[in-house]
Structure formats: structure tokens, C-alpha cells
Design a protein around this ligand. Structure first.
Ligand code: PLP
Length: 434
């Protein structure tokens, strides 16, 4: 049996992760994966942010097993259920109330893009305007509405005809030398001849995950919030990847001390890697008529059970946040040490919480080489950014210290192997020229 043949003639060419990581996985626990040949890998990808609490977290698993054992409802459409009620009440009590946030919850079809679609529709319905402002390098999903607000050219071809009245504005620090790119947004909205009509909403990530770990500063986020207030525009924060603790707080926008009108959660809200997708909206925005936006899989009760348990376990005090910050500082130190050791690569280290990125300013292709070499070292880690130019550290938030150290050792070995061979190549070239 080989571990090196992930492709399957029955699966579409569209598959991607299985190409980057050609193994066949059998088992997973915490931050570790085992192949069918029983080789062990460390996971710094965490289901692209859907496994913040690790694989098969035993504490969450037990609640799911108990629910199944008692013949608890599994798929409930959007019918009321004990599991859903418990989730909503727990979320209200331990997440929203302590943060002084007042939102109603809309459960959407299972994945992140479903929440994005619902939010865009709702904003347009509420404001009776079709325009949406999105930001450069934003990533919001693959269905047509979400794709329209996604920047990356690879995913959107004109023939899909999905670009319906979306205007892209520069994200924070997008333009070198421009201190506050939100001034352009304000100017475009003020100027009736700018070509940008008044939109229904802006949609943004506070840290762009797929876009390359681009961090918006709190001041920029506050400035966008103010612009939304001044022009009667809804602010949608897509917290699908950066929510549920990824940046160190439950919501990624807490540090900026803003209150978005609409917040989107998916990925890790289902806690166990189980699909779940939620739109949080200010109560007065809830103008839906019954069933006006629906979908079969809006009631994944196993996800509700796991989500409730996760909130009770991790979010009733600040200990978990503290632990995330500590691990974040450790990875940041590690990356900064790499940057100091290899000045020739002109590395930039950025990110927040346990979403950290390493990018070489003069050799963007290095990230892919690092990823491949990390895989050789049995570390699963992805790249991000328009040119896959950022090595993206996204381990489970629950990763143990020893797993984290083991992962960093693998990353260090991989990075130094790649860079040492570059140095040797450069030395040879110089010797040849001499
Ligand atoms: N929004 C953000 C910020 C994401 O990172 C993603 C996926 O990576 C999505 C939306 C889309 O979520 P899904 O792939 O579950 O549809």
C-alpha cells in the first residue's frame, strides 16, 4: 500500500489539497494525522481553519456520541430542536452577552459561502441597493455571489457572469506609502462623480486568510466602521476563517472595538469539523419573510451539540484566549528568528493569534518550496496569497506545546534546507563568475 498516491481516477481534476499533500489519511487526533500506512504527520492547516479545537477532540466527541446514542435529532431542517435551542442560548449567554453584542442568528446551508450569500442578499434587501464594496485580496467563497466579492482572479472567470455591482477598494496597507486607504473609500462615496454609487454594504475580513495573512489595523477597521455609519452602509465582517478564536479572541474584530452590523461564522463554529454556517445580524435587520432564504441542511444538530460543548469548555473565561496568545508569541518569535537568520530572503512576518504568515519580499516562490519541504518533513502546512507567496501557520488552537515545538522544528529544518541549497547555488554562481 502506498502513501504517495492520493489521486483517484474517480475524483474530478478539481481536487487540490490532495495534490499538495499526496497521502491517504486514515486517522486523526488533535494536531496529528496518520496515513493508511501509519505514518504520522503534524497538521498546521487545521482543515483550513475548520478544526480550531483539533481533530476528534475527545471532549467534544463524547457529546456527539451521547447525542447519537440517545437517538437525538441529526438533520432537523430548520425545525426547533433541543440541540439548536441549547446552542443559541449558550451562544447568547457566553459569547454575545459578555461582549455586549446584540444579534439574531440565521442558520444557513452548511458551508461558509452560504452565509456570505445570505448576508449579501439580506443587505441588499434591507437597503434596497444592489452595490457591495469588497476589498483587494478578499476571499469569501466559491458560489457566484461570494465569488463576486472575492478578489483572486484564478477563481473567477468572466464567463461565470457573477460580478454583479461589486466595487473593490484597497484593503489596509494595500498600496505602499498610502497610510490610510479607507480615505479612498470615503472620497469615492462622497464624490457623486467617482463612478461608485452608494452600496448596500461593505464586506471584509479583519485578517485576510486566503488572501495572504494581511492584517487590517484596528484604526483602519474603525475608520471603515465610521464610513459605514456616515453613509448608511452595512458593515459585514466575514469571520468565517478568523472567528472562533483564531486571532486570540472569539471574534476577530474585538481588538478593534467595533460592532459590525452583520457577522459571518462557519468553519470552526461547528467545533468538530462538522458543517455549520451562521449569519449574525442586528435584530432590526432581520427583515426576512418566513422561508425566503432556505436550504435543506440548516439544522446540523451534531454540529449544534459540538458547538455548545466547545463554548462551554473554551469560552466561559479568558484562559483559552491566554493560551492562544502564548502559542502565537512562540510562533512569531520562531518566525522572526528565521527572518534574522536569513536576511537575504527579506522575510516579513505577520498575522494575529494563530494565523501567522511568512513571506519573502524578494522571492515569493520560496513559500511553495517551503511547503513541499515541510511535507517531506511530515508537516502539513499551506500557502496563501494571490501567488501562494505566504507560508501560512494555522495549527489547531488546542495544539499541545510539545506538538507545537515538534512542528516548528520540522518547519525550521525544511526552511533551512531550502535556503541552504539557495545559498549554495548562489555561492557556486559567484565562484563560477570569478
Ligand atoms: N469566507 C472566508 C473568510 C473564508 O476563508 C472562506 C473559506 O476559506 C469562505 C468564506 C468560504 O467558506 P466555505 O469554503 O466553507 O464555503
Amino acid at each position: 500500500m502506498t502513501d504517495q498516491n492520493p489521486s483517484h481516477e474517480l475524483e474530478s481534476e478539481v481536487r487540490s489539497y490532495s495534490r499538495a499533500f499526496p497521502i491517504v489519511i486514515k486517522r486523526a487526533q488533535g494536531a496529528r494525522l496518520w496515513t493508511e500506512g501509519n505514518e504520522e504527520y503534524l497538521d498546521f492547516l487545521a482543515g483550513a481553519g475548520s478544526l480550531n479545537y483539533g481533530h476528534n477532540n475527545p471532549l467534544l466527541k463524547q457529546s456527539i456520541l451521547d447525542h447519537l446514542q440517545s437517538d437525538g435529532l441529526v438533520n432537523g431542517l430548520d425545525m426547533a430542536s433541543v440541540a439548536k435551542n441549547e446552542f443559541m442560548e449558550t451562544f447568547q449567554k457566553h459569547i454575545l452577552e459578555p461582549r455586549d453584542l446584540e444579534y439574531k442568528m440565521q442558520f444557513c446551508g452548511p458551508t461558509g459561502t452560504n452565509a456570505v450569500e445570505a448576508a449579501l442578499k439580506l443587505a441588499r434587501k434591507v437597503k434596497q441597493r444592489s452595490g457591495i464594496i469588497s476589498f483587494t485580496n478578499g476571499f469569501h467563497g466559491m458560489t457566484l455571489g461570494s465569488l463576486a466579492v472575492t478578489g483572486n482572479e484564478y477563481h473567477k472567470e468572466d464567463v461565470y457572469s457573477g460580478n454583479t455591482n461589486v466595487t473593490f477598494m484597497p484593503y489596509d496597507r494595500y498600496v505602499d506609502g498610502v497610510e490610510d486607504s479607507s480615505a479612498l473609500l470615503r472620497k469615492a462615496l462622497e464624490d457623486t462623480s467617482s463612478g461608485t454609487g452608494l452600496p448596500a454594504a461593505v464586506i471584509l475580513e479583519t485578517v485576510q486568510g486566503e488572501g495572504g495573512i494581511n492584517v487590517a489595523r484596528s484604526a483602519w477597521l474603525r475608520s471603515v466602521r465610521k464610513i459605514c455609519d456616515d453613509f448608511d452602509i452595512l458593515m459585514i465582517v466575514d469571520d468565517i476563517q478568523m472567528g472562533c478564536g483564531r486571532t486570540g479572541t472569539f471574534f476577530s474584530f474585538e481588538e478593534a472595538d467595533i460592532k459590525p452590523d452583520i457577522v459571518l461564522l462557519s468553519k470552526s463554529i461547528g467545533a468538530y469539523g462538522l458543517p455549520m454556517s451562521v449569519v449574525l445580524m442586528r435584530p432590526e435587520l432581520d427583515t426576512w419573510n418566513p422561508g425566503q432564504h432556505n436550504g435543506t441542511f440548516r439544522g446540523n444538530n451534531l454540529a449544534f451539540v459540538a458547538a455548545t460543548r466547545a463554548i462551554n469548555l473554551y469560552w466561559r473565561d479568558n484562559n483559552f484566549s491566554g493560551a492562544i496568545r502564548k502559542k502565537s508569541a512562540r510562533i512569531r518569535d520562531f518566525l522572526q528568528q528565521i527572518a534574522r537568520t536569513y536576511p537575504e530572503a527579506e522575510f516579513e512576518v505577520r498575522g494575529r493569534g494563530l494565523a501567522l504568515g511568512l513571506e519573502s519580499r524578494n522571492a515569493p516562490e520560496l513559500a511553495n518550496e517551503f511547503r513541499q519541504q515541510c511535507f517531506h518533513e511530515k508537516l502539513i502546512i499551506e500557502t496563501a496569497g494571490a501567488r501562494d507567496q505566504v507560508l501560512k501557520f494555522l495549527p489547531p488552537l488546542t495544539i499541545t506545546e510539545s506538538e507545537l515545538e515538534a512542528g516548528l522544528r520540522k518547519a525550521e529544518k525544511a526552511i533551512s534546507t531550502v535556503l541552504a541549497s539557495k545559498r549554495a547555488g548562489a555561492d557556486k554562481k559567484i565562484a563560477g563568475q570569478a
